[in-house]
Design a protein around this ligand. Structure first.
Ligand code: NAD
Length: 472
């Protein structure tokens, strides 16, 4: 099928490359000339596993890039809109990019088209897109508007796209649903997965993925409700972690006990410094606004957001409790991206924490395997950037772990201890076993687990029973 994808960001580029890998002819449209030039030069503008491979496989054949929306629409049966929907100052979704694309599409409709919302949008957006297209000259029956929300996670976007937990098609006519079913057919009938050159199957993937057909409005709500629920899970476990810290319990053990309940499940029960990224913060605010417009005060979401913000303050207090005063303290920081595996720093808790620590007078030397360049633009030049984790730790009063990159979980601890001025690690992502850190000579702070230091491992000289150190 001939497909246009409008927007070549984290979602649009991945969707375009994956549709091409499924066998479709795809044109990805963007109005950012720099991005288009980079894509046409053969570069991959974002850090995402398997994406360079797919771009290399299909660029110039089944996958092309263009700034000409009108021609792309005329040449395509389905147009996926994957432009940004950032928050306004009031917390609503700014749909002006979606509207502008809808107007552009309207003028080019010359035969039946399916216009698909891939961006995360509030419920009723499909109605608005339909109205805008009609107002701008298209006729009833010449097009349908569908919602096909995207659930990929940055860092594993390509495998998430090709091996999703489910595909949701929100279509209000059978004709429109049939087009979307045809697009996803190689996944739903399983033929894609039989190909020797298919992107490798990740653990836990369900093959073939289930396809869920709903109304457009239900599909729009599925996306907002899913993100709100996941954020709620994170804030919930962070609240539990705070109680663990107060009473000396170990949140990892608590998570194991909760997560083995099949009704709850272990995923997204990872305490830390809170969620960030370009989706959860904005989608929660947008969902709350939509609910309010519909006459429902979704106070649960207020609390999810509040716990998330508080989690960063708790972390700052932890740094203070480890170092006493902060002015003039030198901190090594591991991680700038909002999560491991990506170069995306939008709403990254790491960046927000660095800014707060800088405001308190700390000197920061940071390292991230992929997000360094983007972070340089977002942070002022008073931050030093290191080329490795050990360089970031060099001469620091403490090391902070703020992003869960795999490489941060397997550091050479002897080398790290030798680099630091004081062997103090404050881990906002619980990457290490506290007991092992103390055995390696570190005073180790983490989230929801007792703080431990080498002295606590030495048996006391008097006859009182030794204090128990909980192992994780
Ligand atoms: N990033 C994620 O992990 C993720 C996951 C699921 C859903 N989403 C949703 O998908 C949407 C896109 O997110 P993203 O992270 O890919 O955004 P992004 O900012 O990375 O990309 C958006 C792209 O759209 C382009 N664009 C904007 N206006 C345009 C126009 N008029 N014509 C052509 N191109 C235009 C921009 O130049 C940019 O390249 C958002 O609604 C987001 O909430 C994102």
């Amino acid at each position: 099928m001939k497909i246009a994808v409008v927007g070549s960001g984290y979602v649009g580029l991945v969707a375009g490359a994956c549709f091409a890998d499924l066998g479709h002819d795809v044109v990805v449209v963007d109005n950012d000339q720099q991005k288009l030039a980079a894509l046409n030069r053969g570069e991959c503008p974002i850090h995402e596993n398997f994406l360079p491979e797919l771009l290399h496989r299909h660029r110039g054949t089944r996958l092309t890039f263009s700034d000409d929306l009108q021609s792309a629409v005329r040449a395509s049966a389905a147009i996926f809109v994957a432009v940004g929907t950032p928050p306004t100052e009031q917390g609503e979704a700014d749909l002006s990019y979606v509207e502008s694309v809808a107007r552009g599409i309207a003028g080019a409709i010359d035969s039946y088209k399916v216009v698909v919302e891939k961006s995360t949008v509030p419920v009723y957006t499909s109605d608005w897109v339909r109205k805008i297209i009609l107002r701008n000259g298209a006729e009833h029956g010449e097009f349908d508007v569908a919602s096909n929300p995207e659930f990929l996670r940055e860092g594993t976007a390509v495998t998430d796209f090709l091996y999703p937990d489910r595909i949701v098609i929100g279509a209000d006519t059978e004709r429109c649903a049939a087009v979307l079913r045809e697009i996803y057919a190689p996944m739903v009938d399983g033929t894609y997965y039989l190909r020797p050159d298919a992107i490798p199957r990740p653990d836990r993937a369900q093959i073939p993925p289930p396809l869920i057909t709903t109304s457009a409005k239900s599909a729009e709500l599925i996306k907002h409700a899913s993100n709100a629920f996941l954020a709620m899970k994170i804030s919930f476990i962070n609240a539990v972690a705070s109680i663990c810290e107060s009473v000396g319990a170990n949140v990892q053990q608590v998570c194991q006990g909760i997560g083995t309940d099949s009704r709850i499940g272990p995923r997204f029960l990872n305490p830390g410094i809170g969620y960030g990224g370009s989706c959860f913060p904005k989608d929660l605010m947008a969902f709350r606004s939509v609910a309010r417009e519909c006459g429902y005060e979704f106070r649960l979401l207020d609390e999810v957001i509040r716990i998330n913000e508080e989690q960063r303050q708790r972390f700052i207090r932890k740094v203070r409790s480890a170092l006493w005063t902060l002015r003039g303290k030198k901190l090594g920081v591991l991680g700038l991206a909002f999560k491991g595996g990506t170069d995306d720093i939008r709403e990254s808790p790491a960046i927000l924490l660095i800014k707060s620590l800088q405001a308190e007078g700390c000197e920061i030397c940071a390292y991230d395997p992929a997000a360094q360049e983007r972070a340089k633009e977002a942070l002022n030049s008073s931050i030093k950037h290191a080329e490795s984790a050990y360089e970031a730790a060099e001469g620091a009063d403490a090391l902070l772990i703020l992003t869960e990159w795999e490489e941060f979980a397997s550091l050479d601890l002897d080398r790290l201890r030798a680099a630091l001025k004081y062997p103090i690690v404050i881990d906002g992502r619980n990457l290490y076993d506290p007991h092992a850190m103390a055995m390696n000579g570190f005073t180790y702070y983490s989230v929801g687990r007792p703080t431990i230091s080498p002295e606590l491992l030495t048996p006391p000289k008097d006859t009182r029973p030794a204090r128990k150190i909980s192992r994780s």
